[in-house]
Design a protein around this ligand. Structure first.
Ligand code: F6R
Ligand code: MG
Ligand code: MG
Length: 364
């Protein structure tokens, strides 16, 4: 059975500040999506949130980039923005960069990750959702899952994974893409994906079968809007088990937190902390950045789940370590490498300050 899984998300207003979402916004989203289930447009849906981001998880048979599905998501965000406005939540309609829908939400602010798949006998899916970070944040975990045998032993000892995976990498500044084959081209690939502010892994494919293995949202809102509108707070869908990494191999990269761009004012490096759903409320210095993992089994497109995959004491050390990393980074205050390099900051007073002081700069 051919199924499309669409995850479309937007920050349409935060509660309190940018830390979390208001329950009434989620209720409104359910009311907006429910009729699409009754009409048969959707097979199933699940609505959740990570921090201040509203996440619409939908299954259907309309294919990727379907106008009907994207319009449903867009209309839902508009309706939810209305609730956010009534409650005077913070940053109302933050990610909706346009007044009118033009066929596809891409480039309009919301983040999108979609995959059309031929549902397997057992279709295990993990959906990662992050807040206070950008799409490049998935580069390191996706590399570990699909190219690093120290993370994924299946690459070595499972015959259906042994020929490796290919990575589609996007240059988010120049809107170009390239595909690398792992393991042969990992050194070339790492030159690019090791610079996650510019190059983001968009998708991963199983090389033998060409099947889609993972897909992420790579929107960079600041580049779309040309001004600060928040980090993209990306999502990533990963297929698991069988010819794909096992659930434990998919989750393992998050057991050792890495530094990502985002956090306060989208202008800092900080650890990506894996948390259970109820802890996805970044509050300390508006962070540190969070990631949640929703696990599902698909059953003819029905979303059986979610299971809260980071709700496991085995991830307690990662959370503790992320807090220690956060303390260490915070000690730097306004200094790099806690603060992002000038060109990557989402907020900057530099042009203004520079203009004011221009004449005081003298040649040395
Ligand atoms: C980062 C983020 C927050 C805000 C900060 C200031 O992605 O959402 O750290 O940048 O709270 O928010 P404003 O400018 O809305 O007052
Ligand atoms: Mg926000
Ligand atoms: Mg957010």
């Amino acid at each position: 059975m051919i199924i499309t899984l669409s995850v479309i998300k937007a920050d349409i207003g935060g509660y309190v500040g940018h830390s979390s979402s208001h329950p009434r916004v989620l209720e409104r989203a359910k009311e907006c999506i429910e009729p699409a289930l009754a009409s048969g447009l959707l097979i199933d849906y699940h609505i959740t949130r990570c921090g201040d981001d509203l996440e619409l998880i939908m299954t259907h048979q309309e294919g990727e980039e379907s106008e009907r599905i994207h319009k449903l998501a867009w209309d839902t965000f508009i309706e939810c923005t209305q609730v956010a406005r009534e409650l005077k939540l913070h940053g109302v309609g933050q990610d909706l960069l346009s007044d009118t829908f033009s066929g596809n939400v891409k480039g309009m602010g919301p983040g999108v990750a979609e995959m059309e798949i031929d549902e397997r006998a057992a279709e295990t899916i993990i959906i990662f959702m992050a807040d206070k970070t950008a799409a490049g944040g998935w580069n390191l975990p996706l590399y570990k899952m699909f190219a690093d045998p120290f993370n994924t032993i299946g690459l070595v000892i499972a015959s259906n994974m042994h020929s490796g995976f290919s990575f589609e990498v996007h240059d988010v500044k120049e809107s170009k893409r390239i595909t690398f084959d792992a393991p042969e081209e990992i050194y070339d690939m790492l030159v690019f994906i090791g610079a996650p502010g510019r190059y983001a892994v968009k998708a991963v494919y199983h090389r033998e079968t060409k099947e889609i293995a993972a897909v992420s949202s790579t929107q960079r809102l600041s580049l779309i809007a040309g001004r600060y509108v928040g980090k993209d707070d990306p999502v990533c869908i990963v297929r698991s088990q069988g010819q794909f990494p096992a659930v434990g191999e998919v989750l393992e990269p998050f057991a050792t937190p890495h530094l990502v761009q985002g956090w306060m004012r989208g202008s800092h490096h900080g650890p990506l902390m894996p948390v259970p759903f109820h802890q996805a409320n970044p509050s300390r210095f508006d962070g540190p950045p969070r990631v949640i993992a929703a696990g599902f089994q698909l059953s003819s497109g029905k979303l059986v789940g979610p299971r809260d995959m980071f709700d496991d004491p085995a991830f307690d050390p990662a959370r503790r370590q992320a807090n220690e990393m956060a303390d260490f980074m915070r000690r730097h205050g306004p200094f790099e490498p806690h603060r992002l390099p000038l060109e990557d900051m989402e907020y900057t007073t530099m042009p203004h300050v520079m203009k004011k002081l221009e004449e005081r700069f003298v040649a040395i």
